[in-house]
Design a protein around this ligand. Structure first.
Ligand SMILES: [Zn+2]
Length: 275
């Protein structure tokens, strides 16, 4: 399955797959390896996680939340544009791309192999803190090799969009779409709250990256987190809010299509996928 649609009031939200990302339990910080393998339900160190983007139909206009990996992370990823076409929407019809953050698996799909815009008519909307952290800065100023590498990739991915990039703060960025700051994974990591009528849905990006481990143990950081401690605090606070408000969510790395909610279970939380 490459596409799955649901309604949020009058807004249609469609999960589109970009593919599956091969990762390893080695990305987990500060957890005993045996315990990590037990939680992940694997004996080996390898795990695969979904990479999901979300298509919004906003009163006749099409928008995307995240853009997939493009050709930057191997052939198992980068399927978003072809799945979008298969769903019946041409990339030229996308009027806006909201980014949850500027990591390669969410932003490199903005450009093709030649560096041209895949979404030539789209406004690019990103939190101002995220834009400040990754863009307009010297690669060498990154605190470590991973950050330096991603600064370089961010420059390539956003280059053809610079004249139509809109940096926003917390709050409504477009009718029905509001930015919710979820910092830690990256400094300007953003959830997009979709709201219409009495319904809402929080697209939480990478609030959870490795669900099998981080839902049961929200205080588990990963090497991908720019600030693991802040990411853990944000995850816990957001799980709490989602469970208390019975908020529907959608995750970039939850099993496709990624819709569901977090509920309290015992002393912790569980993720209930939407049937
Ligand atoms: Zn990601």
């Amino acid at each position: 399955m490459i596409a799955h649609s649901r309604k949020v009031g009058d807004i249609e939200v469609t999960a589109l797959s970009d593919g599956r990302l091969a990762t390893s339990l080695d990305v987990i910080l500060g957890m005993d390896r045996t315990e990590a393998a037990r939680l992940a339900g694997t004996t080996g160190g390898d795990v695969h996680i979904a990479v999901n983007a979300f298509l919004l139909k906003l009163s006749g206009r099409w928008a995307l939340v995240d853009a997939g990996a493009g050709n930057s992370m191997g052939p198992a990823l980068g399927r978003l544009a072809e799945n979008l076409r298969a769903f019946g929407v041409a990339p030229e019809e996308i009027a806006a791309v909201f980014l949850t953050h500027i990591h390669p698996d969410h932003s490199n799909g903005l450009v093709d192999a030649s560096g041209h815009a895949v979404y030539p008519n789209a406004e690019l909307i990103v939190h101002e803190t995220e834009a400040r952290f990754w863009l307009d800065r010297d690669e060498a100023s990154g605190a470590n090799e991973r950050i330096r590498r991603n600064i370089a990739k961010a420059a390539v991915a956003t280059a053809p969009y610079r004249q139509r990039l809109r940096a926003v703060r917390e709050g409504e960025a477009m009718a029905g779409v509001a930015a919710v700051a979820l910092p830690g994974h990256t400094p300007g990591h953003t959830g997009w709250l979709i709201a219409s009528g009495k319904e809402s849905l929080l697209i939480w990006g990478d609030l959870v990256h490795l669900a099998s481990v981080q839902v049961a143990r929200p205080d588990t950081g990963l090497v991908f987190d720019v600030d693991p401690q802040t990411a853990c605090a944000t995850r816990l606070r957001t799980f709490d809010r989602v469970a208390a408000d019975r908020l529907k969510v959608a995750g970039a790395h939850m099993d496709f299509p990624g819709f569901g909610t977090t509920v309290r279970r015992g002393a912790g939380f569980a993720f209930e996928p939407e049937a």
